[in-house]
Design a protein around this ligand. Structure first.
Ligand code: NAD
Length: 491
């Protein structure tokens, strides 16, 4: 199958373009060919989006929202079909793939509701016979750049608030996972979204992504991906005075206090460290444990590993699938070798799986390091694989300090049954998301999603907060006194 761009409501020919294979990371099977588009395709897509936006902004928001309802219903109708494709192209296990499609459905229905809200403010004027209000105004054409680890959910977090608010968009999905974007384009066509509102251009970051960030008619860039790329996008976007929203990496920790329900903590750690093979931005990468329960927690964690089945995520008995590609496998392995050299103790795992049935895919054993010191590289850098580091502490204050000592600030969690500790922790943990008695993953779409410090630049995906990325505030004053009134002067 050949994937083609979706520009101005049309499937555009890509015969003249170089194509590269899309590969199933579970077994190396070729799923499709994806084109490496050029700047010209970005220019075409932006021109279509710009033209469509003028009309789209005039469509009443509840009518724009009707398209989102239809998109949500289509996603629901196709949920199983999409989940199967998602697992094949990205590798996450089928249950998680269904969950990811569900996230898209939830986001469609939630943002469709915004069509009848998009609340602004009405507020008294300081002058008589004068009315004051603020409204959200669309910005124009927005550029969406997304990673491979949530090929559909992240795109819905960005595109749905963008279009309900009256913008149009050009989306560049990751070259690793174009199939979900292709399926989304089919849905946009099936629900009759007006031409040019949604445009998808496939290609590499340096070519297509850069062209989007540099394009003068793209007013907003919403990016999710690694810090290395995010900083390039921010630099270039800054040069062109773009509004740039960045959601980047994490080094998320679970804190386990001495009064924790240890069995619950083990379940939370295993799910958030090894689910999606550790390739979630919110994955648990560190366990910060009180010294009095460290030995027992370690024993229980190692024992829990025996319940994990690794393999092709389409098999319902599998709970840890492959990592995305060979480069990811090598990067994870590289960090594991660093951990060993740094003097951490390898408690479990640590190897690339190379024998059948794993030899055709990209599989890494769920890995636990212990006796990890906070200044070790494996305790500080994002590994983005099924590797977790256990760090011992003696108090809640120390646990919070260790949690906050990394450059990222996405997600954190505390297991404790002491309400005083829990409330101090939720106040002092310097992350955009805090979980109590749950692992570091499990965000819901109606709350803001994003992180502090090096994880982002102050914007949020999801929830009401996402609307701030895709709208400008406009303050409107209506004077019905029939005379000139001067604010701050006439009393
Ligand atoms: P990546 O940075 O390699 O790529 C992300 C996107 O940027 C891709 O579409 C890529 O093609 C594009 N890109 C690459 N170079 C570019 C350039 N010069 N200009 C413009 N675009 C460019 O990230 P990835 O490997 O796809 O994803 C994994 C990373 O994403 C991890 O660091 C993870 O933590 C992060 N992530 C963050 C969140 C969050 O919400 N905070 C969610 C998911 C993933």
């Amino acid at each position: 199958m050949k994937i083609v761009n979706f520009i101005n409501g049309k499937w555009t020919s890509t015969d003249d373009l170089q194509m590269i294979p899309v590969v199933n990371p579970a077994n190396g099977e070729q799923l499709a060919m994806v084109p490496l588009s050029t700047k010209k395709h970005v220019d075409d897509a932006v021109a279509a989006a710009k033209k469509a936006q003028k009309q789209w902004a005039l469509v009443p928001a509840p009518k724009r929202a009707d398209f989102l309802y239809e998109i949500g219903f289509k996603l629901k109708e196709k949920k199983e079909y999409l989940a199967q494709i998602l697992t094949k192209e990205m590798g996450k296990v089928i249950e998680e793939a269904r969950g990811e499609v569900q996230e898209g459905i939830d986001m469609a229905l939630y943002m469709a509701g915004e069509g009848r809200r998009l609340f602004g403010e009405t507020t008294p004027s300081e002058l008589a016979d004068k009315f004051a209000m603020s409204v959200r105004a669309p910005i124009g054409v927005v550029g969406l750049i997304t990673p491979w680890n949530f090929p559909i959910a992240i795109a819905t977090w960005k595109s749905f608030p963008a279009i309900v608010a009256g913008n149009t968009f050009v989306w560049k999905p990751s070259i690793e996972t174009p199939l979900m974007a292709y399926e989304m384009a089919k849905i946009f066509e099936e629900v009759g979204l007006p031409n040019g509102v949604a445009n998808i251009v496939f290609g590499t970051g340096p070519t297509v992504g850069t062209a989007m960030v540099e394009h003068p008619d793209v007013k907003v860039i919403s990016f999710t991906g690694s810090n290395a790329t995010g900083s390039k996008v921010a630099e270039l976007g800054g040069k062109h005075l773009k509004k740039v929203s960045l959601e980047m990496g994490g080094k998320n920790a679970v804190i386990v206090m001495d009064d924790a329900n240890l069995q619950l903590a083990v379940e939370g750690i295993i799910w958030s460290a090894f689910g999606t093979a550790g390739q979630r931005c919110t994955a648990c990468s560190r366990v910060i444990v009180h010294k009095d329960v460290k030995a027992e927690l370690e024993e229980r964690l190692v024992s829990a590993l025996s319940d994990i089945t690794i393999g092709d995520g389409l098999n319902p008995d599998v709970n840890v699938g492959p990592v995305i590609n060979k480069a990811a496998l090598e990067k994870i392995n590289h960090y594991v070798q660093i951990g060993k050299k740094e003097g951490a103790t390898l408690l479990a795992g640590g190897k690339v799986l190379t024998t059948p049935p794993f030899d055709k895919g990209f599989y890494f054993e769920p890995t636990i390091f212990t006796n990890v010191k906070n200044d070790m590289i494996i305790a500080q850098e994002e590994i983005f694989g099924p590797v977790v580091s256990i760090i011992e502490v003696s108090s809640l204050e120390e646990a919070i300090e260790v949690n906050n000592s990394v450059k990222f600030g996405l997600s954190s969690s505390i297991f404790s049954q002491d309400v005083n500790k829990i409330f101090k922790a939720q106040r002092d943990l310097d992350t955009g998301i805090v979980y109590v008695n749950a692992g570091t993953t499990g965000a819901e779409i109606h709350l803001p999603f994003g992180g502090t410090k090096g994880t982002g630049n102050g914007h949020r995906d999801s929830g009401q907060a996402a609307l701030d990325v895709y709208t400008e505030w406009k303050s409107i004053y209506v004077d019905y006194s029939g005379k000139l009134q001067r604010a701050q002067i006439d009393t």
